[in-house]
Design a protein around this ligand. Structure first.
Ligand code: HGY
Ligand code: MN
Ligand code: MN
Ligand code: MN
Length: 402
C-alpha cells in the first residue's frame, strides 16, 4: 500500500487558522457568503495552492482544490450555523487538505479537496452540494432567500471573478468526509472513531397558526383563540401521537418560533414555527408526516384557529454509505485506533448525502465532547482530532490502492 505520513502540527495550525475567520469567543459565526466566509475561502484557496492543488470556485461558491487527473475527493464544508462550533465542517476540510498535501509531497496518488458552500442552510439546506450534485437546479437555488431576504443569486454575486464553471464529478473516484459526530455516542463510550453506515433523511414544514389578537386583560380565557397556547396543544399532540410511530433514533425539532405581535399585554394572534423531523427510514418519515397532519386537523377543530403549513426546503431521503468505503474506513480505524471504533448512523445531515448521487461516498466521525454541536462550546480533544486525521489518511491510501 502507498505510504505517506500526515503532519499533525501543520494540520492543527491550519485548523486554528481557519477558526479565526468569524471567531466569536470559543465559537464561530461564518454564514455562507458573509464576509468571514469569503475571507476564509480565499485563505483556503491559497492553502490549496500552497499544497500543489489548483483552487477552483464553482458558480455557487463550492471551493475545490484540484489534483491532476482522476483523484479521490476529500472534504466537507467551511460555512457555519449562525452560532457555530469551530469544528463542524471545518475539520473535514482541513483534514482533507492535510491528507492531500502529504500524499502529493510523497508522490502518492492524487487527492483533491472540496469545501462545499452553505451546508448549514443559510439559504436552503446543503445548498452547494445539492446544486453540484444536480439535486437542485441553480436557477431554482438562486431564488432561495436568507432570513434577511437576500437571495442566493444576490449573495453569490459577491464571488465576482472568482467563480468558474461547475467541476465535472467524473474526475473523482469517490468522496470521503470526516466530521465531528455532533452527538454523545462516541464520547460516552470513550471511543475514537465512528464509521458512518448511513445518513438520516429529513423533512421540514413551516406551520402558521392564525388565532385572534386580543386584549390580555379583558379577554376571558374561554373566549380566546390564542396562537401560542394552540402551538403548545400541537406539541402535546405530536408527543402523544408520535409514540406509536417513532423509534429512539427518530428526532423532531421546533427550532424557530415567531409570535405576533409578541407583546406582553396582547393575546398572540399569530404563531409561525418550523417543524423538522429526521429518521433513517424513508417510510417512517412519511408516517411521521401523516401523524403531523392528523394532529394539525385535531387541534384546528379543537381551537377554531386557522392552521396552515408549507414545506420548507427539499425532502431529503436517507442515504446509505458505500460498502467499499465503509470497509476501508473500518480497516483504517482498526489499524489506527484498534478496538476504539464503531459503525454508526449519522443523525446529522451532511454533504456526503448529496455527493452519493455522483460517486461512492464514505464518512467517519470523531467524538464531540459532551455531544455538543451547533453551539459555541462545540469541541473535540486534540488527540481525537489527530487520530481522525490518521484514519482518514490510512483509508485514503487503502482506496488509492484500489
Ligand atoms: O442540520 C444538520 O444536520 C447539519 O449539521 N447542517
Ligand atoms: Mn456539518
Ligand atoms: Mn452543522
Ligand atoms: Mn456536512
Amino acid at each position: 500500500m502507498e505510504r505517506f505520513t500526515v503532519d499533525p502540527a501543520r494540520f492543527l495550525a491550519d485548523l486554528h487558522a481557519l477558526r479565526q475567520f468569524g471567531k466569536d469567543g470559543v465559537g464561530v459565526r461564518r454564514r455562507a457568503f458573509a464576509e468571514p466566509d469569503i475571507a476564509a475561502r480565499d485563505w483556503l484557496a491559497k492553502r490549496m495552492s500552497d499544497a500543489g492543488l489548483t483552487p477552483h470556485f464553482d458558480p455557487v461558491g463550492n471551493l475545490f482544490g484540484l489534483a491532476p487527473g482522476p483523484s479521490l475527493l476529500l472534504g466537507s464544508h467551511s460555512d457555519t450555523q449562525p452560532e457555530g462550533g469551530w469544528l463542524d465542517g471545518a475539520l473535514g476540510v482541513i483534514a482533507a487538505l492535510e491528507v492531500a498535501r502529504a500524499s502529493a509531497e510523497a508522490g502518492c496518488s492524487p487527492i483533491s479537496v472540496v469545501s462545499f458552500q452553505d451546508e448549514e442552510g443559510c439559504f436552503g439546506a446543503l445548498t452547494g452540494s445539492s446544486v453540484w450534485s444536480g439535486k437542485l437546479d441553480l436557477a431554482e437555488a438562486d431564488t432561495l432567500t436568507a432570513a434577511d431576504g437576500t437571495t442566493l443569486a444576490e449573495a453569490r454575486a459577491c464571488l465576482g471573478g472568482r467563480a468558474g464553471d461547475f467541476i465535472d464529478p467524473k474526475q473523482f473516484t469517490g468522496f470521503l468526509e470526516m466530521h465531528i459526530e455532533q452527538g454523545p455516542a462516541l464520547d460516552l463510550a470513550e471511543e475514537a472513531i465512528g464509521v458512518v453506515t448511513g445518513i438520516v433523511g429529513s423533512r421540514q414544514l413551516e406551520i402558521t397558526v392564525q388565532g385572534q389578537q386580543n386584549h390580555a386583560g379583558t379577554t376571558p380565557m374561554a373566549m380566546r383563540r390564542d396562537a401560542l397556547t394552540t402551538v403548545t396543544r400541537i406539541v402535546a399532540g405530536l408527543e402523544r401521537a408520535f409514540a406509536n410511530v417513532v423509534t429512539p433514533q427518530s428526532v423532531w425539532t421546533i427550532g424557530q418560533l415567531h409570535l405576533h405581535p409578541n407583546a406582553p399585554s396582547i393575546v398572540p394572534g399569530r404563531a409561525v414555527f418550523t417543524l423538522q423531523w429526521r429518521d433513517e427510514d424513508a417510510d417512517r418519515l412519511e408516517r411521521m408526516e401523516k401523524v403531523i397532519n392528523e394532529v394539525l386537523d385535531e387541534v384546528r377543530q379543537g381551537t377554531g384557529c386557522a392552521i396552515t403549513s408549507r414545506r420548507l426546503r427539499q425532502m431529503l431521503l436517507p442515504v446509505p454509505m458505500d460498502g467499499q468505503m465503509q470497509t476501508a474506513l473500518c480497516q483504517a480505524a482498526e489499524a489506527v485506533t484498534p478496538g476504539r471504533w464503531r459503525s454508526m448512523p449519522s443523525g446529522a445531515l451532511h454533504d456526503a448525502s448529496n455527493v452519493a448521487e455522483l460517486m461512492p461516498v464514505g464518512m467517519l466521525f470523531v467524538p464531540s465532547i459532551n455531544g455538543i454541536s451547533h453551539a459555541f462550546e462545540e469541541d473535540t480533544a486534540e488527540a481525537d482530532l489527530v487520530d481522525g486525521l490518521k484514519v482518514l489518511a490510512d483509508a485514503a491510501q487503502r482506496l488509492a490502492r484500489g
